[in-house]
Design a protein around this ligand. Structure first.
Ligand code: SF4
Length: 342
């Protein structure tokens, strides 16, 4: 029996630019995915079979994912061809779910019904921003209302939903990104991904960057903003399934500028942990003369220390660790900080 609570085991297929009638200023799907050939039903069958034959740990659900491009922007026949290739595996019970990503303005009742007929369980929408000016400057070709309607439609049909956001797009500000996050929370997606805007070669954004008309955000600024968004999403109990782009040769070779870091998500978590430690110590004692015990999970030690011990040094410099006894405990829940007066 598969464990429905565990993270699914994903078999990804990148459909690159296929199905997408647009050119967002930042997008070069071929560069990001590294895939240049269209996905074929044969390839889908072969890849799924090969993955299923490999030994896997645990009892996780198996999910086939169509990423990149705009799946529901493909012709109906092509959507059927690709989804058809997964059906024997679904019927045999060796694949449990299908997820895909698409644009908010590429959905209507017929298209959602088609996805349901083929066993699609989750649709991720490329939202990127919910600020009209940012959407326009980024060449998205859709507005906020398209996003509202797409989430409403998918949820009406009982589909799980995800939202993909980007920070640092042309015209974006920290306030606009936070406001976008708040609006997205109001649409109640099941999960969210957050990506920093990177300047990829051979994109319109690259031209703007070269002309001096676009300046990417710094890594620090991006981490601060994404950390605030992650906290809002955590408070709303919405799962953040990715922060930052996946490291890969193709990405690094074609990136011209931007706040890229191979462990971007870790930087965000580490910043959140630093703030949580400070808040917990501040709340627990009146002044630094009161000794306290700070309890963290053993597995959070690297988050507590921060990259190159940055958190630890900042806490020390600020006097936050005076009279603090650090206790690493196996029983302390991850990402939670406890402080006791001693
Ligand atoms: S909608 Fe998606 S695939 Fe199409 S250009 Fe924009 S980012 Fe790229």
């Amino acid at each position: 029996m598969s464990d429905s609570r565990a993270t699914p085991y994903i078999i990804p297929f990148f459909i690159t630019h296929a199905g997408c009638p647009h050119q967002c200023v930042f997008c070069n799907q071929h560069k990001i995915s590294g895939a240049c050939h269209p996905v074929t039903p044969d390839q889908i069958r072969q890849d799924i079979t090969a993955v299923l034959l490999r030994p896997r740990n645990g009892n996780r659900r198996v999910q086939v994912a169509f990423y990149g491009g705009s799946f529901t922007g493909l012709g109906v026949a092509e959507q059927r061809r690709l989804l058809e290739a997964v059906q024997p595996f679904l019927s045999a019970g060796v694949v449990q779910e299908i997820r895909l990503s698409t644009r908010p303005d590429c959905l209507d009742r017929q298209r959602v019904q088609l996805l349901l007929d083929y066993g699609v369980t989750m649709v991720e929408l490329g939202v990127q921003s919910l600020d009209g000016e940012v959407l326009y400057a980024s060449g998205r070709g859709h507005g906020e209302q398209d996003v509202v309607e797409a989430f409403g439609l998918l949820q009406e049909y009982g589909m799980q939903t995800g939202g993909q956001l980007m920070v640092g797009l042309p015209g974006d500000t920290p306030q606009k990104s936070i406001q976008t996050c708040r609006k997205l929370i109001g649409m109640r997606p099941d999960c969210v991904r957050i990506y920093p805007t990177l300047v990829m070669e051979q994109t319109p954004l690259y031209g703007l960057y070269q002309a001096g008309a676009y300046q990417p955000w710094s890594l620090d600024k991006t981490v601060v903003v994404v950390a605030r968004m992650k906290r809002l999403l955590d408070e709303a109990h919405i799962q953040v399934i990715r922060m930052g782009l996946q490291a890969g040769e193709s990405l690094q070779d074609n990136m011209a500028a931007g706040p890229y870091h191979p462990a971007f998500g870790e930087l965000v978590l580490s910043r959140l942990f630093f703030k949580a430690v400070r808040r917990a110590i501040f709340a627990a004692r009146e002044d630094r003369d009161n000794p306290v015990q700070l309890i963290i999970s053993t597995r959070d030690h690297s988050l507590f220390m921060g990259m190159q011990k940055e958190n630890f040094q900042r806490l020390q410099r600020g006097g936050w660790l005076v009279n603090v006894d650090l206790c690493r405990s196996e029983s302390q829940p991850r990402f939670q900080v406890a402080v006791k007066l001693i």
